[in-house]
Design a protein around this ligand. Structure first.
Ligand code: 5GP
Ligand code: ZN
Length: 111
């Protein structure tokens, strides 16, 4: 079972930030900052590495729009956009996802 597939199918609840037919964005259950958001394709891909190009591009298009909204809504000074690939790089959920993590001047390093 893939937890993010279950979230995409609404079998497991999440705090949805954005949704369309291909992409879902929701708050991280264990945030490293207020507004820590995950953007996923609804279709399962193990990681960025095997996500089909059109879907990959759409995930990043949504991530770009949400990054702008986070800046406006939270008045953060910066945002991390990152995607871990494989366990050695810290990937714990093996369904492609992009993290958006708000950052503030002089806040603590959290990634
Ligand atoms: P990774 O370590 O794979 O880059 O990131 C996985 C992220 O998914 C982690 O930040 C973790 O807190 C988050 N996560 C894991 N399980 C759930 C869940 O059931 N719901 C939500 N909203 N986030 C989750
Ligand atoms: Zn999945």
């Amino acid at each position: 079972m893939c937890i993010f597939c279950s979230i995409a199918k609404k079998e497991i609840p999440s705090h949805t930030i954005y949704e369309d037919d291909q992409v879902l964005a929701f708050l991280d259950i264990n945030p490293t900052a207020v507004g820590h958001t995950l953007v996923i394709p609804k279709e399962h891909c193990d990681s960025f590495l095997d996500c089909p190009p059109a879907l990959r591009d759409h995930v990043f298009e949504v991530a770009q729009q949400l990054a702008k909204k986070l800046e406006t809504a939270l008045h953060c000074d910066g945002i991390h956009l990152l995607s871990n690939m494989h366990e050695a790089a810290g990937q714990s959920v093996h369904h492609f996802h992009v993290h958006l993590i708000p950052r503030y001047k002089d806040d603590q390093e959290i990634v």
